[in-house]
Structures are given as structure tokens and as C-alpha cells.
Design a protein around this ligand. Structure first.
Ligand code: SF4
Length: 370
């Protein structure tokens, strides 16, 4: 009988699986000494080892390019630490906090924005720290939403998750529990009915946000795992990272967004890749990201449109950085660009009737006649 496939965690595992070249081994030893490596069987099965440009391999197989650390890069690129009042909590926006339950992930993404904080060597939150983190949430009535993140919170056992979720459920002002995870893709069999029941709490809304970057990640097993969550009453959103060589062309990005919507997952964020150390080879220009968003807007249903965002370095939060379709014309009216790139004048000021577009005049006249 063949043994069940295991998660690939060592360079020797990757080498045996034909995922790394012998001539890169020395450089990769340095990469692996610094950043955790893990590729689950579900993800390994997706990799086409014969394709040097494979978009799945690029996300998970370590690369010597990770040793190229740029001066603009930062170990805490989105500024978690300055907004962490107690261990495990990041309180960046008034009405919500991150609760980082674990620093462990099923897979380690080579572009991870928390790559200096996650990995098997990182310390988990101790019971005392977890109590203090929950105490902080309870003591701040402005906290409406708690985002469980990490690491990957769905790696915790249902029993431990249940404890945390029940404690959050007891805090009256917390109305929404959001879970950020890659598990439905990386280890879909972990999404059991028991886990789904654990995440649902009476009186609170639970959302699960899936991290996926390429349509091929949404295998039949991943789709079934997502369906178990959604059919169990948990709405799903997605977050993706714009990654050079993975999804930075209109075809790949569009296919990803469509695949998500077909799984009943609403695309939520498309992140501009953060300035994490050794990740320059993944970053596109913002102009390229904006052009891709224009192409999505022109080609795909509104359901398939994520918000393109940048986490401002230093912990200043996310800002939308998508293309702008509205500008002022020289006479003070608005110019609006349509999805084909053509410009149109829009007059919004109702007391300048001479400039009011016909469609607005027709509606106004119909309202007067009623
Ligand atoms: S799953 Fe998320 S936290 Fe874990 S390595 Fe990937 S991006 Fe980082």
C-alpha cells in the first residue's frame, strides 16, 4: 500500500518531487533557512514541474530571487507592530481588529506580507495572551468586527476554534467574525461539517475570505470545500494578490475572478503586492495593476470586479488605487470614461439646466407630470 502523500517541507522533498534544480540548491538553502517552506499534497498536485513558468509553482516553490532584498522593503510592510496594543491583536481601524491566533500556515506563500512573522518556528499565542487579546476586544465597545487571521486560523482544531468563537460570541458589541484563510485551496479536506458548524454562531455573522491567486487553485475539491461553507450558511469573499508571473495578465486575472464567482465567492480585494523582503520579483507597477483593472471592467460582469488596494507602508491602512473614471472638464462639469475608454460629459448641478444631459431632463419631466 502506498503511503499518503505528505506536505513538502524540506528542500530534499522538493528535489525528490522534481520541483527544484540541483544548481539552485545552495542559494535555496539560504532562502529556506530564513523563510518557511510548505507545499501541501493538494497544492503539489497542481504544479506542472515541467513548466518553468508554472503559476502555482511560482507562488510556493522557493526561489533564489528571495535573497534580493531591496532598501524599500520592510519586515513589517503593512505596519502591524505599531498597531498591536497586546499580543495577537492589530487595531488599525476604529471598528475592527485582527486577532492573530496562530503563526502557522498549511502552505507558505513566497510573497507573504507576514513572511518574517509566520512559520513553524514562530511562537503561537499562549492561553494567557489569548485571554488578554479577548479582554482587549471586550473592553473596546467600538470593535464591531473581529478578523481571525495569522497564520491560518483554520489550521486550529475545531475544538480550539470553538473556544475562541464562543468567547467572541459572548462579547455583545462584536457582530461580525471574519476568517481569512487559504485552507479550502491548500487542504480542502479540513473543511468538514464540524468545522462549518464551529464557525457559525447564533447572533453573529461569520464570513470566510479565501486567499486564491490563480483559477487553477479552484480545483473540484476546493470548490466542494467552499460549497460546504456556503451551504452551511457562511458567505464567502476572496482576496487575491496581484503577482507578476502568476496573474498579472487580463486573461489569468479574469479567469480567476470568474472562477471565484462561479463558486459563489464574491471577489473582494485585489492587493498590490506588499513590500515584504525578497519579493521584488512578484511586484508589478501600480500602472500595470490599474490597466488590468480597466480591462476587467470592460470584459467581465460587475460581480467579478474586486477593489484594487494598496496597504500603505507604515500601518496607515488600505486605500483603493484602481483607475479613476471621473474627472473635471475645463468648464467645471464632469467627464466620465466608459468601459471602452470613451469620454462623456456628465452634468451633476441641477440648477444649470442648459448643461443637464437629456436623460436627466426626461426623468425630471416625468417626475413633474406624476
Ligand atoms: S497563507 Fe497567508 S499568512 Fe500564510 S504564508 Fe500565505 S499569505 Fe502568508
Amino acid at each position: 500500500m502506498n503511503a499518503a502523500p505528505k506536505t513538502l517541507r524540506h528542500l530534499s522533498d522538493l528535489s525528490d518531487a522534481g520541483l527544484i534544480d540541483a544548481d539552485k540548491r545552495q542559494a535555496l538553502e539560504q532562502v529556506a533557512a530564513r523563510y518557511a517552506v510548505a507545499i501541501t499534497p493538494a497544492v503539489a498536485a497542481l504544479i506542472d514541474a515541467a513548466d518553468p513558468q508554472d503559476p502555482i509553482a511560482r507562488q510556493f516553490v522557493p526561489d533564489p530571487a528571495e535573497l534580493d532584498v531591496r532598501p524599500e522593503e520592510n519586515a513589517d510592510p503593512i505596519g502591524d507592530h505599531p498597531h498591536s496594543p497586546v499580543a495577537g491583536i492589530v487595531h488599525r481601524y476604529p471598528d475592527r481588529v485582527l486577532l492573530k491566533l496562530t503563526a502557522v500556515c498549511a502552505v507558505y506563500c513566497r510573497f507573504c506580507f507576514r513572511r518574517e512573522m509566520v512559520g513553524p518556528a514562530a511562537e503561537p499565542l499562549t492561553p494567557r495572551e489569548l485571554d488578554a487579546a479577548l479582554g482587549y476586544i471586550a473592553a473596546h465597545p467600538e470593535i464591531w468586527e473581529v478578523v481571525l487571521t495569522g497564520g491560518d486560523p483554520l489550521l486550529l482544531s475545531p475544538r480550539r476554534l470553538k473556544q475562541v468563537v464562543s468567547q467572541l460570541a459572548a462579547i455583545g458589541h462584536v457582530k461580525v467574525i471574519r476568517v481569512h484563510t487559504r485552507i479550502p485551496v491548500a487542504e480542502p479536506s479540513r473543511i468538514t461539517s464540524e468545522l462549518v458548524r464551529t464557525l457559525r454562531v447564533k447572533g453573529k455573522a461569520t464570513y470566510v475570505v479565501l486567499h486564491a491567486n490563480h483559477a487553477r487553485e479552484l480545483t473540484a475539491a476546493a470548490r466542494e470545500a467552499c460549497a460546504r461553507l456556503i451551504d452551511g450558511g457562511i458567505p464567502m469573499l476572496s482576496q487575491s494578490v496581484l503577482l507578476a508571473g502568476v496573474n498579472d495578465d487580463a486573461q489569468s486575472l479574469g479567469s480567476l475572478m470568474r472562477a471565484l464567482v462561479e463558486c459563489r465567492i464574491k471577489p473582494y480585494y485585489l492587493h498590490h503586492a506588499d513590500l515584504a523582503p525578497g519579493t521584488a520579483h512578484f511586484r508589478t507597477s501600480i500602472e500595470h495593476g490599474q490597466e488590468l483593472m480597466r480591462q476587467l471592467r470592460g470584459r467581465l460582469s460587475g460581480l467579478c470586479q474586486p477593489t484594487y488596494v494598496l496597504d500603505i507602508p507604515g500601518g496607515h491602512g488600505k486605500s483603493p488605487i484602481g483607475p479613476d473614471y471621473l474627472s473635471r472638464s475645463t468648464d467645471g462639469r464632469f467627464e466620465v470614461e466608459d468601459y471602452n475608454g470613451a469620454q462623456h460629459i456628465y452634468q451633476s448641478n441641477s440648477d444649470q439646466a442648459a448643461h443637464v444631459p437629456d436623460v436627466v431632463l426626461r426623468k425630471r419631466s416625468a417626475a413633474v407630470q406624476r
